[in-house]
Design a protein around this ligand. Structure first.
Ligand SMILES: O=C(O)CCC(=O)C(=O)O
Ligand SMILES: [Fe+2]
Length: 222
């Protein structure tokens, strides 16, 4: 049994939370290495690997509610929504709850909930350039990605590319998906993609949401 101390140190330090808020205000996106507690990343990685090995993941699709369908030509990951079933998941979700409070206090965003899924990209999988939310639908406000891979070779592929909010042809960051790295960006304005990965790739993608129920029509969470 490996001893892990993710329960005793913060998932995201207060300094990292401040850096996230500042970067979102200044440029609309944040990327930090060694931002999330590594023991927690390892515990979450074990959990996701176990699910992948036991066929416990579902193929990811695009669109929500009735519009949900599979498009392997657009995204090739398999997912499992976090459900607080393990201590590691509860820690991650509690940390995102704290971040939600920091974001609301500093930016008055009125974020009211957070949803997140594990994502497993098998070798060869990618996710084409996209926005996580569409203006007007105003449901997903801030996107987060936590990376779980214990190590990542320089030729491993699978980087997340972030593009400039005002110029989608301009690459502003290339994020190596290694454990401890955390990315965060405005869901409606920051285009991003996952380049084809050359080896299995593990992450947690999540979104802070605002209630977007309109005209009595319930906005489906997923
Ligand atoms: O895993 C990543 O790096 C990003 C995934 C993503 O863009 C998404 O799930 O919407
Ligand atoms: Fe995305």
């Amino acid at each position: 049994m490996m001893l892990s101390n993710f329960t005793t140190s913060p998932v995201l330090t207060p300094a990292v939370q401040v850096a996230i808020v500042d970067a979102l205000v200044e440029q609309g996106w944040y990327v930090g290495r060694a931002a999330i507690n590594l023991d927690l990343c390892h515990a979450l990685h074990r959990e996701l690997s176990h699910m992948a090995e036991h066929d416990a993941l579902e193929e990811a699709g695009i669109g929500r509610g009735q519009q949900h369908h599979l498009r392997k030509d657009i995204r090739g990951d398999a997912i499992h929504w976090l459900d607080r079933q393990s201590e590691a998941q509860r820690h991650y979700l509690d940390a995102m709850g704290e971040l939600q409070q920091s974001l609301n206090q500093a930016l008055f965003l009125g974020l009211f909930e957070y949803e997140a899924h594990f994502a497993h990209y098998p070798a060869g999988a990618f996710y084409q350039r996209h926005l996580d939310s569409f203006r007007g639908r105003a449901n997903r406000v801030i996107s987060t990605v936590g990376y779980l891979n214990p190590q990542w070779p320089s030729d491993g592929g699978g980087e997340m590319v972030i593009y400039h909010p005002d110029d989608a042809s301009k690459e502003v960051a290339r994020v190596v998906p290694e454990a401890g790295t955390f990315a965060c960006f405005l869901s409606e304005t920051v285009p991003h993609e996952v380049l084809p990965t050359h080896q299995p790739r593990a992450s947690i993608a999540g979104w802070f949401r605002r209630n977007a129920s309109l005209g009595g029509v319930l906005d489906p969470a997923r």
